[in-house]
Ligand binder design. Structure first.
Ligand SMILES: *Cc1c(COP(=O)(O)O)cnc(C)c1O
Length: 400
């Protein structure tokens, strides 16, 4: 079958909840993917940072196959011999005493929100069912009903109420607004260190430091959603580190499995994570042996291949080179590590057509929020490949 036939089949039988570029991928390796017509592309999206380790990383593949041949699922009704090793290695790598594994990012966010509410009741002493959690405008934390309840994007929520109460949204990047919104019922503040889906929005320097200080002063937990920014993407293990902040809870997902399998987790110290008791939370597949084995391998690759450093070095190089492009359509280029956004001026008539043009040249990037092109290649990318891509990107941005 050819590209067009696959697309027609998908459009006919599948729900139209996405608007993908018309490329039908059949193979991936490292930073490259190949479509069904045999054309090769540089992946500059990395499945929204799930593929930090690159496509089909051989070591993760090996771990997955080996584990799949042994035992795939035990449920948490029994124990398995992969999960304890995953817990220990994750703790050693991140410095958090404990973690709780789930599958999708949204589930991990829900896991953190529930835990924050419980902490609010049993530790802080908030009156039951009154806990509030502060979030930021422009956030993206997933797609469940509770999570879209505090989205500021009408498309994500308009048709999906009634909504879950107990959330308060304030402008992103404004620590004072958080301080003002805190009251005796506030259990937690949850933020993305960089708003990826919001358009690669980078808050003012020191924002997180100030937010953390305000949280500590007011006995409020600080939760960082690092599902997209974490695990090396921005040139640090966690993007919060750029501000020298250690959140009370960190939510990770995406690259935790190197794109093989949905694995997410909430990290916290025992004083917080220890509050969950048997029966209060769970997931049939969460923490299964394949997930644990895959995640262990994925974390090892980040460390062994020094991907965090590569993101820092090549991210800076990539961004500096992009800044030399003198296109009338560019409003701003911003980013950290290998999470880079090019914001176009409104007259550019949207980022989508630029992404379509990039695709024709062999580069897959995706628009986010109409006017931003996001460049977030796998962290295994090398300088030679960046140098291959730059003139093509320049060409597309100049031509308009
Ligand atoms: C992708 C993402 C999520 C949701 O993860 P899913 O696996 O799609 O449920 C939540 N928060 C952030 C910051 C994300 O980028």
């Amino acid at each position: 079958m050819k590209t067009q036939e696959y697309i027609e089949m998908e459009e006919k039988y599948g729900a139209h909840n996405y608007h993908p570029l018309d490329v039908v991928i059949t193979k991936g390796k490292g930073v490259w993917v190949t479509d069904v017509d045999g054309k090769k592309y540089l992946d500059c999206l990395s499945a929204y940072s799930a593929l930090n380790q690159g496509h089909v990383h051989p070591k993760i593949l090996k771990a997955m196959i080996a584990q799949a041949k042994k035992v795939t699922l035990t449920s948490r009704a029994f124990r398995n011999d992969q999960l304890p090793l995953f817990y220990k290695e994750l703790s050693e790598m991140t410095g958090y005493e404990m973690s709780l594994p789930m599958n999708s990012g949204a589930e991990a966010v829900e896991t953190a929100l529930k835990l924050a509410r419980k902490w609010g009741y049993v530790v802080k002493g908030i009156q039951r069912h009154k806990a509030e959690i502060i979030v930021a405008n422009g956030n993206f934390h997933g797609r469940t009903i509770s999570i879209v309840s505090f989205s500021s994007e009408p498309l994500y929520k308009e048709d999906f109420g009634p909504f879950t109460p107990g959330f308060e949204s304030v402008p992103y990047g404004d620590a004072k607004a958080i301080e003002k919104a805190i009251n005796k019922n506030t259990a937690a503040v949850m933020l993305e260190p960089i708003q990826g889906e919001g358009g690669v929005l980078i808050p003012p320097k020191g924002y997180l430091t100030e937010v953390k200080r305000i949280c500590e002063k007011n006995n409020v937990l600080f939760i960082a959603d690092e599902i997209q920014t974490g695990l090396g993407r921005t040139g640090k293990l966690f993007a919060s580190e750029h501000d020298g902040v250690r959140p009370d809870m960190v939510i990770i997902g995406k690259a935790l499995s190197g794109g093989f399998y949905p694995v997410s987790a909430v990290l916290a110290d025992k004083a917080v994570m220890g509050l969950y008791t048997p029966g209060e939370h769970g997931s049939t597949f969460g923490g299964n042996p394949v997930a644990a084995a895959v995640a262990r391998a994925a974390l090892r690759v980040i460390k062994d291949e020094k991907l965090i450093n590569n993101a820092a070095v090549l991210g800076e190089y990539f961004m500096n080179e992009l800044r030399k492009i003198n296109s009338p359509y560019i409003k701003e280029i911003r980013g950290k590590g290998l999470l880079i956004g090019i914001e176009l001026i409104p007259e550019a008539k949207g980022a989508r057509r630029f992404c379509v043009a990039l695709k024709e040249k062999g580069i897959l990037a995706k628009e986010t929020h109409d006017n931003v092109i996001r460049f977030a290649p796998p962290l295994v990318i090398d300088r030679k490949t960046v140098d291959w891509a730059l003139p093509l990107i320049k060409n597309v941005l100049m031509m308009g």
